[in-house]
Design a protein around this ligand. Sequence first.
Ligand code: ZN
Ligand code: ZN
Length: 158
Amino acid sequence: MTMPDYSMHEALRRQAATAAQAHRVDRRGWTDAQWADDAERLMGELDGAVTSLVNGHVLALTAERKRLVAEVESLRAQRDAALALHHRTEVEGHFGACATQDCDHQDECPLVMIGVCNACFNHVAPLYEDDDRPWSGDVIWPCPTAAALGVQPEPADD
Ligand SMILES: [Zn+2]
Ligand SMILES: [Zn+2]
């Protein structure tokens, strides 16, 4: 009576595990370039029409992803440049009812600090040299440009 040859079975199992291990790549945190290189490596390593087709799609998707990332970065840079111009600053002046002289301050209107857009305010600043002129809502932060770029209105504090 012979014992089953477990050692041979074990050797085959280990060999299969080693082969599987060789293909296991830790892709966490990979850059686009690393993904592209790996896709090319797999195309060279494996054969079969289906594998090539799949890898071809992967390469196309990788190229498309790369193009989209570049476009997002470009748009983000343009947005940042616009917001570097249209940024919040504060000016002292009369606001609301005081600006339109609809208040009850009897010529003693308090000056208050108002959040305005630096670019838009400077553009129309000459118009405000006369204190009695009502403020245009377009200079109040966020201005229409900043709002269009996603800047949220400031919460009103009384
Ligand atoms: Zn007033
Ligand atoms: Zn502005």
